[in-house]
Every structure is written in C-alpha cells, then in structure tokens.
Design a protein around this ligand. Sequence first.
Ligand code: ADP
Length: 232
Amino acid sequence: MPAIAIRHLSKTFEQKGNSVEALRDISLDIEEGDIYGIIGMSGAGKSTLVRCLNYLERPTSGEVIIGGRDLGTLTEKELREQRSDIAMIFQHFNLLMQKSVLDNVCFPMQIAKKKKDEAKKRALELLETVGLADKADAYPAQLSGGQKQRVAIARALATDPKILLCDEATSALDPQTTQSILALLKEINRKFGITIVIITHQMSVIREICSHVAILDEGRVAEEGLVSEIFS
Ligand code: ADP
C-alpha cells in the first residue's frame, strides 16, 4: 500500500464566472519512505496539489488516500488527527518571529498538549538533529535563511509525522545553502523513514535527492517515474 495514493484528482476554481482547471485527473502513488519530487512551471498546479494532499484544499473530484484512509470520507475531527501525520515546510519558513527558536519548535507540541518539560527535551533533541543546538535561545531575525529553514524542519518533526511536504522549501536559498538543506532532508528520510514530497520548480533539487518524480504541466501529469529513468 502506498503512503499516499492520488486517484483521478481534479480541482477547478470558480472565479467570477471563470473556471480554472488547476488539476486534471492526477493519479500518482507515493511509496512509503520515498523522496518524491513534483516539478512544474509556475501555474502548473503544484501548490494546489500539495494543498489537496492534506485537504487544506478540497478536491473537486477524485481521491487522496493516506495510509489506506480516503481523506474525503473523514470528519473534520478525523481530518485534524490525520493532518498530525503530515508536516509541512515552506519557502518563507513561516516561523513565529516573536518566539525564540526553542519556543518555535515547542509550539506544535504545546498545541498537542504535550508536557512542557517533555516538549523542551524533544525540541532540544530536534535542534541537535538539524545542527542548531547552540541557537535555542536565538530569535528567527538573528538567523540566516538556511538556519531558519532548519528551525522549520525541527518544528515540522516535533509531532513525529509520517509524511513531510516541502513546498519550494529551498527556493529562497542560495545554491550552497540549498545543498545543505537537501542533505539534511536526505538524512531525515534515512534516519526516521519519513516519506518526503518535494514541490519545486528547480530541476537540480529533483536530481539531487528525489528517487521518483512527476512532471506537472497545466494541471496534468506530463511524465512520471524514476528520476534515473526520466533524466537519462
Ligand atoms: P503552481 O504552484 O504550480 O505555481 P498553483 O497551484 O498555484 O500553481 O496554480 C495553478 C492554477 O490554479 C493557476 O492558474 C492559478 O491561477 C489557479 N489558482 C490557484 N489557486 C487559486 C484560487 N484560490 N482561486 C482561483 N484560482 C487559483
């Protein structure tokens, strides 16, 4: 059973009598433990697809099946529980600027009502994992872009997700920092067995760490398969 099965997924946005078909009949299998890339030009439907994967966006038709559960059949409460298995990181990091690095990483555990001292211990372990143990008391404004993304990764891991969605996570970073973040994602994938889905417009990112790739074009899957085969 794939970690994520996408079946005949379509999404149409209706706007002032205009309709935009952002996704058209997408079917993909993303296997557990895979690093799966989704690449396409601006407007291809990448963000819409990734938002459909955790039902932040409801598909117009089709199914998203995660760990065997069709998200379309879940109640709001079940959906919230399911979402705790799916973490996300973003291009602009989305850190809480008024909170320290440690408090940013503790935040999702605080929401999940984990005990304060346990949350702190786990957050410090995660900061160690992402190489920022010495920045626990710093504030996001004092960090470089790469360091901010490391904090975001530590925060994403705080609730032990099974899936990590990365939406253009390296697009705001220089090439060298991009390399180091990709190396970290690879290590996390290997160490914790987390399935990683990478949304990007950068071919180099796909080549660097993905085993499988789907190329989106105008809302359709233009090509899909092993990176080694697609690029050979
Ligand atoms: P990408 O992430 O690949 O740049 P998007 O998923 O953001 O692409 O957008 C795909 C298409 O859907 C675009 O034509 C975009 O204008 C349209 N779109 C995305 N979100 C909305 C929305 N909320 N309302 C209307 N159209 C949208």
